[in-house]
Ligand binder design. Structure first.
Ligand code: B4P
Length: 191
């Protein structure tokens, strides 16, 4: 019947958050976005938010310790037992190893890594457009390019990590949001 424990991988602006919203609606599973949780912590002025803000604004990754902590807490909530879309987590090899450990404890390993691929100039343009619409602090050109560099150095190696486990389904993220959704859903059904 297709995978329901899903890691969504992709560069900033590849469409992770956008497509996660479609997938969770179709499969009725929770959307777990560490980016959204961190922005909520910043907005609420919590201790984690205060630590994360400057790092996020600079386009760098928040520490593994903090992010693994919030992911662990969220994954232990009852609704995660029916599956989940992890959006933006893991972002480093250490986070991926920690995730495996957390899910081993729960007895529910990752089933599929959906990787959305998009050309760099396309994502830069998307994020600059979002900057105009939403004014997110990390959506300016310099920070966007830094986020791309961080993605290539720290997150792209996860393709190999999940690839070795035979879990990666690559989907081209160019084209309309609807057409990308169709490709992702059929990749999931085949997983
Ligand atoms: P995220 O919130 O994950 O931000 P993101 O990578 O920019 O992706 P997002 O999901 O928001 O955008 P999407 O591609 O859907 O992370 C933000 C920051 O939080 C990180 O830089 C880091 O500092 C920190 N963080 C988060 N998780 C972390 C972790 N695990 N470890 C350490 N630090 C962490 O969409 C982008 C835009 O494109 C949207 O406006 C959308 O409408 C548009 N779009 C999408 N698909 C499109 C399409 N097909 N055509 C045209 N436009 C499209």
């Amino acid at each position: 019947m297709g995978a329901t424990r899903i890691v969504l991988l992709g560069a900033p602006g590849a469409g992770k958050g956008t497509q996660a919203a479609r997938i969770i609606e179709a499969l009725d599973i929770p959307h777990i976005s560490t980016g959204d949780m961190l922005r909520a912590a910043v907005a609420a002025g919590t201790e984690i938010g205060l630590k994360a803000k400057a790092v996020m604004d600079a386009g760098q990754l928040v520490s593994d310790e903090i992010v693994i902590g919030i992911a662990r807490e969220r994954l232990s909530e009852p609704d995660a037992s029916k599956g989940f879309v992890l959006d933006g987590f893991p972002r480093t090899l250490d986070q991926a190893a920690a995730l495996d450990g957390i899910l081993e404890e729960i007895g529910s390993p990752v089933e599929c890594c959906l990787a959305i691929t998009v050309e760099t100039e396309e994502v830069v343009q998307r994020l600059l457009k979002r900057a105009e619409l939403e004014g997110r602090a990390d959506d300016n050109e310099e920070t966007i390019r830094e986020r791309m560099r961080v993605y290539d150095a720290q997150t792209a190696p996860l393709l190999e990590y999940y690839g070795e486990k035979g879990m990666v389904k690559e989907v081209l993220g160019m084209g309309s949001i609807d057409s990308v959704s169709v490709s992702l859903m059929s990749a999931l059904e085949a997983a």
